[in-house]
Design a protein around this ligand. Structure first.
Ligand code: HEM
Length: 502
């Protein structure tokens, strides 16, 4: 009896001390969305999280969310975001440790999820190689122009019947990556490619994967110290599905690599990313190998396909919502380019209003609302808050892009924000592609694709909603439902009528 009383009293004291410590810790820390022991903020997460964080904590520079015991610091306003990513660029180059990936592959690698020397070398190699193949120069422009021609001929063939846009746009954007990476238009030429596109989508746009992500992040710090937990995690049906999808992706990339390897003996000048890698890995086998190549290739697809495709889908929807702006952009395009040829990058400097529209699409759509999570590599201070090494950080693109001090009337779609005396003057406070050393590696390619595809569509068509769809524009652009728990803020599936202009 006495022992039980002592145990109870001991438990109560421990709980009290825990509560007191947490109160003291919390007083020194930025506000939290709320949390309970062990489960963290799970029961406080109002989805979509980017929106509830903006509505409840819009004026707070940093907000904390607890994924189980793992605290994540969200930079919620521009000054702290910039202070973190620019002033502390080197210390923000870490990523979440990928124990699961390492467990599956026996290795780490790729670009998006890795860090340290492997990331640095892969990022440098990838940027250089894609640049050599015309990333940011004529090579990529030619590839995009061919895809723009295919896109408009698909839309012309629909002859005014409603078209589901995600497939058309993502086929075009993934063909661009296919050409640079595989040297062919696989997205159109291989029947299995649409299955691959669906797998990418499952990783980024499936709201049920939110729960997985929460569990994943919550248990990761424990997995490191308790290996059987990893085995258990891999048996949960939802994580099993993610692993299976990932495996299919990996197998597909491996097949493409093997096809290239067979032809490699006769090649001393690389024609695409895979060949460049295979040649490079002969010289630097200590860092570059087949497994890491597969991961780097799937990173380029996951990061480079649906991002650009969905920005285009947003642009079309915003033009439907703002027909006067659509007419103004169309007139500018026809005045500068005419109707007889497709747009080129050389036209860009003359198309001020069109560029401002695209910039406003980036601001308003907040495509990747939390970017990709970062890990702090050594102790730093941001916004007066001490972030210890291994702290996890992210940024809330939605809060930054809807800050009324930076963007008056933030809910309005206003291309004029990015014009000065009629000239394109992009607003410097956009977080679309991230900032600093880990900013989007594909930004220049994405911008080139968006310019050519969007301008080609605006030159040729009027856009309209499917008359048989009962949903309004609000359901497709503003309804919080469709972006609950997803990594990408993509409009729900819908069809658009493309009417050729006279
Ligand atoms: C509108 C289109 C796009 C948007 C909005 C976008 C946005 C982003 C964002 C927010 C990040 C994370 C930045 C950070 O961690 O702080 C990122 C990373 C990345 N993006 Fe993009 N992206 C787009 C297109 C592309 C394309 C076309 C490619 C492919 C060539 C690409 C490849 C990557 C890669 C490889 C990373 C990881 C970089 C690293 O970790 O070092 N992205 N992107």
């Amino acid at each position: 009896m006495a022992a039980a009383t002592v145990a109870l009293a001991g438990g109560a004291v421990a709980l009290g001390l825990y509560w007191l410590k947490r109160k003291l810790d919390d007083a020194r820390e930025p506000p939290s969305v709320g949390r309970y022991p062990l489960v963290g903020s799970y029961f406080h997460l109002d989805e979509p999280l980017y929106l509830s964080m903006y509505e409840k904590f819009g004026t707070e520079p940093i907000v904390r969310v607890h994924f189980g015991t793992q605290c994540v610091y969200f930079f919620n306003r521009w000054p702290v975001f910039k202070e973190a990513m620019i002033d502390n660029a080197e210390q923000l180059t870490g990523r979440l440790p990928q124990y699961l990936l390492m467990h599956l592959l026996g290795d780490k690698g790729g670009i998006v999820l890795t860090d340290g020397e492997i990331w640095r070398e892969y990022r440098r190699f990838t940027l250089k190689t894609l640049r050599d193949f015309g990333f940011g120069r004529h090579g990529a422009e030619e590839i995009i122009a061919i895809e723009a021609e295919h896109m408009v001929s698909t839309l012309d063939a629909a002859a005014g019947e409603p078209v589901e846009t995600l497939m058309v746009m993502s086929t075009a954007t993934s063909n661009v990556i296919c050409q640079l990476v595989f040297g062919s238009r696989l997205a159109s030429e291989d029947e299995r490619f649409s299955e691959m596109l669906n797998l990418f989508r499952n990783l980024t746009q499936n709201s049920s994967s939110n729960f997985n992500r929460y569990i994943f992040m919550s248990v990761m710090p424990l997995v490191k110290n308790i290996p059987p937990l990893m085995e258990l995690l891999l048996k949960v049906p939802s994580s099993k599905r993610v692993v299976e999808n990932f495996e299919k992706l990996r197998m597909y990339c491996t097949e493409q690599q093997e096809r290239h390897m067979k032809e490699m003996d006769s090649v001393d000048q690389a024609r695409d990313y895979i060949e460049a890698h295979l040649l490079h890995q002969r010289k630097h086998p200590e860092l570059f190998n087949d497994k890491r190549l597969t991961l780097a290739v799937s990173d380029l697809f996951v990061a480079g396909t649906d991002t650009t495709a969905n920005s285009l889908r947003w642009a079309i929807l915003y033009m439907i919502g703002n027909p006067d702006m659509a007419e103004k952009a169309h007139k500018e395009i026809v005045d500068v380019i005419g109707r007889d040829r497709l747009p080129k990058m050389q036209d860009k400097p003359s198309l001020h209003y069109t560029q401002a529209v695209i910039e406003e699409v980036h601001r308003k759509s907040c495509l990747a609302p939390f970017g990709v999570f970062h890990r702090v590599t050594e102790d730093i201070t941001v916004g007066g808050v001490r972030l210890k090494a291994d702290s996890i950080c992210a940024f809330n693109v939605y809060s930054i892009h809807h800050d009324p001090e930076l963007f008056p009337e933030p809910q309005r779609f206003l291309p004029e924000r990015h014009l000065k005396d009629g000239q394109f003057a992009p607003c410097p406070h956009l977080a679309t592609f991230g900032l600093g050393k880990r900013a989007c590696l594909g930004e220049s390619l994405a911008r080139m694709e968006l310019f050519i595809f969007f301008t080609a569509l605006m030159q040729r068509y009027r856009f309209g909603l499917d008359p048989e769809d009962s949903r309004t524009l609000w359901h497709l652009t503003e309804d919080p439902e469709f972006s609950k728990g997803t990594l990408l803020r993509a409009p729900p599936l819908h069809r658009i009528v493309f009417t050729q202009r006279a």
